[in-house]
Write a protein that binds this ligand. Structure first.
Ligand SMILES: [Ca+2]
Ligand SMILES: [Ca+2]
Length: 140
């Protein structure tokens, strides 16, 4: 049944893609992260547990259980994780510390795109609050 649904999903995506030219295949994962793959040389296969993506640049395996959404897009996923201030791939209290140190002028460099947690145009104490709220609640 799951395989049938996936087959239908891939067929639907292929039909939609043929209507317009897109640059990326984008996956939204259940943890909220997104990942994009260039359609250049794109090959998509799957089995009962994984989707296998191969293109001209890379190959990747994505667990079906992690896939929330899959669609073609002209926009690549952002190259940072919102709130991952220190760019180590995880969001935790170390990012709060790094952000506070940055605001105090005592820390090392940070990813200012990832540090702008509330999505306005500046990095300030409001982003510390937003990041702490996220860490406590699990949602932005
Ligand atoms: Ca981090
Ligand atoms: Ca901000």
């Amino acid at each position: 049944m799951k395989k049938t649904i996936i087959t239908m999903l891939i067929a639907l995506v292929a039909m939609v893609a043929s209507a317009e030219t897109y640059n990326y295949l984008k996956f939204t994962k259940t943890n909220g992260s997104t990942v994009t793959y260039s359609v250049e040389g794109l090959k998509l296969t799957y089995d009962n547990t994984n989707v296998y993506v191969t293109n001209a640049e890379t190959s990747a395996t994505i667990a079906l259980a992690e896939v929330q959404d899959m669609y073609f897009s002209n926009e690549a996923a952002p190259s940072f994780i919102l709130g991952d201030v220190n760019d180590d791939g995880a969001r935790n209290i170390d990012d709060v510390t790094a952000l506070i140190d940055y605001l105090l002028g005592t820390g090392s460099s940070i990813n200012t795109d990832a540090a702008n947690c509330n999505g306005d145009s500046i990095v300030n104490i409001d982003d510390v609050t937003a990041l702490i709220d996220y860490l406590l609640s699990g949602s932005w």
